[in-house]
Design a binder for this molecule. Structure first.
Ligand SMILES: [Zn+2]
Length: 74
């Protein structure tokens, strides 16, 4: 067997694209969660990720409040 026998790679490798699954959200789904390896992973942006720890929830709240204050100052 040699490399010549192999079929050429004609299709681009599929990129694994996963945006936030919340309807209407254009955020990148960087936060995934799956109850088991047999179940497909679901993805959300940080804001919509439903499995945040209390600490993460507080951090997001502070971030959103800061953004709100920033908007009002303009
Ligand atoms: Zn989202």
């Amino acid at each position: 067997m040699s490399d010549i026998d192999r079929a050429a790679l004609t299709n681009a490798a599929l990129m694994y694209v996963h945006y936030c699954e919340r309807e209407g959200c254009q955020g990148w789904g960087s936060w995934g969660n799956t109850p088991s390896p047999a179940v497909a992973t679901r993805w959300w942006c940080f804001e919509h990720f439903p499995h945040k720890s209390n600490e993460q929830e507080q951090a997001l709240k502070r971030k959103l409040e800061a953004a709100e204050r920033g908007d009002m100052a303009q």
